[in-house]
Write a protein that binds this ligand. Structure first.
Ligand code: CU
Length: 95
């Protein structure tokens, strides 16, 4: 029992160091009403590897956190474009 717990902690620990979470800010200039952020958030959350999405209608931007082993900024842009909102990357944060 004890050994299993230790093995699990080691596995989770090595996984989290292996997959690096990245945060990108996307410009979404075509947002034009209060429903847009809802649509965009839904589209981004459907992308594999995305762990957090915050959409600001006020700033016409989306802040997306994702695992860089599973997806990329290009895939996120593709997702918003497919939802009807072409986007561009504002900045990339590397912790
Ligand atoms: Cu809208």
């Amino acid at each position: 029992m004890h050994k299993i717990a230790i093995a699990l902690v080691l596995t989770l620990g090595s996984l989290s160091t292996w997959a690096k979470p990245q945060t990108v800010t996307l410009n979404l200039p075509t947002m034009n009403c209060a429903m847009c952020p809802v649509t965009i958030k839904k589209a981004l959350n459907q992308v594999t590897g995305v762990t957090k999405v915050e959409v600001s209608f006020e700033h016409k931007q989306a802040v997306v956190t994702f695992e860089d082993t599973q997806t990329s900024a290009g895939k996120l842009i593709e997702a918003t474009t497919n939802a009807g909102y072409p986007s561009t990357v504002v900045e990339t944060e590397t912790p």
